[in-house]
Design a protein around this ligand. Structure first.
Ligand code: GLN
Length: 192
């Protein structure tokens, strides 16, 4: 098999860090800014950043519909932090463009001012060692739909979820050296 092509939505946020991870895992990373950049990708990452900005730019560049179509068609997709928010169906407050492909309600900046940024060793379902997770103004998942599996939680709130081909984390594995979650995404390509 040729090296898989992993598209990383590159409108705003820390897409460069994700590109570095997928490259070190032997995949080809591609920056996605326009609908035509989506042609031929095998997986997609939506990075962290500011979900309202990502949503606005995705609307402006007419990416919302093509992204929905690909993800609903089974494209392995991973959203981190703002990317999880943008993929979700609902946010608890306010109104912002969302893809609505992941059946969860998300609360933005959920850990409050005191815990704006923190790191913790997280137990993740199916992983045999904890994952050092970095949270930055992170959301948590407030409610999950029937097809959504919760893979990890903090203080009883889901921070890692999976629904078929879609994976979401409130935290930022691309800021650490632990590539297990990106590896999961790449393994989802071969199981498609
Ligand atoms: N607080 C940001 C938002 O609501 C997400 C932060 C992040 O991606 N690290 O979009």
């Amino acid at each position: 098999m040729n090296a898989p092509i992993v598209g990383v939505l590159a409108l705003q946020g820390d897409f460069r860090e994700h590109l570095a991870v997928v490259t070190r895992l032997g995949a080809v990373g591609r920056e996605i800014r326009l609908p035509e950049d989506l042609d031929g990708i095998d997986a997609l990452i939506i990075p962290g950043g500011e979900s309202t900005t990502i949503g606005k730019l995705a609307t402006r560049f007419e990416l919302i519909e093509p992204l929905r179509e690909l993800i609903n068609g089974g494209l392995p997709t991973y959203g981190t932090c703002a990317g999880l928010i943008f993929a979700s169906s609902t946010v608890t407050e306010g109104n912002q463009p969302l893809l609505g492909v992941l059946d969860v309600v998300v609360q933005r900046n959920a850990f409050g001012r005191q815990n704006e940024s923190f790191e913790t060793d997280l137990d993740i379902d199916g992983f045999d060692a904890p994952f050092h997770a970095v949270f930055i103004r992170a959301p948590w998942v407030e409610k999950v739909g029937g097809d959504v599996e919760v893979l990890a939680s903090v203080q009883g709130h889901p921070v890692m979820v999976r629904q078929d081909n879609i994976l979401g984390t409130s935290f930022h594995p691309e800021l650490t050296e632990d590539d297990r979650i990106h590896q999961m995404l790449i393994e989802m390509i071969s199981r498609r």
